[in-house]
Design a protein around this ligand. Structure first.
Ligand SMILES: CSC[C@@H](O)[C@@H](O)C(=O)COP(=O)(O)O
Length: 363
């Protein structure tokens, strides 16, 4: 969903602008770091794994175009706080760049090392996605031996956020290809509608049986016995197994527990963060209140910050708009990574997965 482009006037990072989906599939060419930072803040590029990849390419872009790499890395890393992948991707490329310079290499060689780190991260994420889909499908087979799954998902975790086919969505897609997906329930995911705009778009593209629901309809769906499992992604998993993901994930976990339905988190090991001890230490991004009080339809050239949208509330209404919430490990049935499945979710298990991944992944 993004690519590096070499052009006579210099390199660019080309993104599919997710703010315009599903109305329009348009590309956004970032030729400098401020443009990429803006694309990250406005969610033109989004989702934990892709943020890591974009951040790494951002450092490569700064290096290739002769900007101050350390300063650019700082700007990128601070663009959004919750997904641990962003800082990780940025640091992986910045470290590669720094190592070459420290060894007496040229600026060109350092830039090429930063690009190599970004490409490696991109490739490794595609591979992780394949392995998560396979582990996740096997897990569903164990949890739901009857087959014919009705899966509920939240936000967007497919190819739009990944070097491959995604995280939780990739598991649902694998179930579909295996002939075992009876229905994908797609939460619309207020206020920015990643479910309605993006997951439904990906489900339709893949010919999956899906239905969209307003987030507040989930309770009645569980009560009607229509959900066999919840599958969601993650933006950061703390050392104790707490899972930060799109706001609205935690209420689904509570519902799932009450209704004895498995709640499965699918995330690459690059989303595990053992340096954050507990869920309440995870920084939760607070977004502008107007995302709740106004609606800006996806359309070419629209910019919610500049144009505003259609008012949904009285002028001057205050709003609470956290982008993420945290689900405690006790409510999570399993965490599926490319290195295997952890169930039950414990701090020791997270540390073990993380240690295993260090051989293949980044610090
Ligand atoms: C692999 S997707 C996991 C998460 O990144 C996803 O569920 C999510 O919360 C994305 O939030 P967003 O604010 O759209 O970047």
């Amino acid at each position: 969903m993004l690519r590096w482009e070499e052009a006579p006037e210099g390199p660019a990072l080309v993104l599919l602008d997710q703010t315009l989906l599903p109305a329009e599939e348009a590309e956004l060419r970032c030729t400098d770091v401020p443009a990429l930072v803006e694309a990250i803040r406005t969610l033109a590029v989004r989702g934990a794994p892709l943020l890591g990849i974009a951040g790494a390419y951002g450092v490569a872009l700064a290096a290739a175009r002769g900007y101050d790499v350390e300063e650019s890395a700082g700007l990128l890393e601070r663009a959004r706080p919750t997904a641990v992948n962003l800082g990780r991707g940025v640091r992986a490329a910045a470290d590669a760049h720094r190592r070459v310079l420290a060894g007496g290499g040229s600026a060109e060689a350092a830039a090429s090392a930063a690009l190599g780190a970004a490409e490696e991260l991109h490739r490794a994420d595609a591979e992780a996605s394949r392995r998560m889909a396979s582990h996740g499908l096997a897990l569903l087979g164990e949890l739901l031996p009857g087959g014919g799954y009705r899966l509920l998902t939240h936000c967007n975790s497919g190819a739009l956020v990944s070097g491959g086919e995604g995280t939780a969505f990739a598991v649902a897609l694998a179930a579909h290809r295996a002939g075992e997906l009876r229905r994908l329930w797609v939460d619309e995911t207020r206020p920015l509608l990643q479910g309605a705009r993006l997951t439904a778009f990906e489900a339709a593209r893949n010919g999956m049986p899906y239905s969209l629901l307003a987030d507040n309809a989930a309770g009645s769906l569980f009560a009607a016995g229509e959900v066999d499992a919840v599958v969601i992604g993650a933006d950061r998993i703390a050392a104790d197994g707490s899972v930060a993901n799109k706001v609205g994930s935690y209420p689904l976990a509570v519902l799932a527990r009450y209704h004895h339905v498995p709640f499965v988190v699918v995330a690459p090991t690059t989303t595990l963060d053992v340096s954050t001890a507990r869920g309440d230490s995870i920084e939760i991004e607070q977004r502008p209140g107007r995302e709740v009080t106004e609606f800006t339809p996806p359309r070419a050239g629209a910019d919610a910050a500049r144009d505003g949208g259609v008012s949904l509330a009285p002028l001057g209404a205050q709003a609470y708009n956290p982008a993420f919430d945290v689900t405690p490990p006790g409510l999570v049935t399993a965490v599926v990574t490319e290195e295997g499945v952890l169930s039950p979710v414990t701090g020791g298990g997270i540390a073990e997965l993380c240690a295993r991944s260090r051989r293949v992944s980044m610090s």
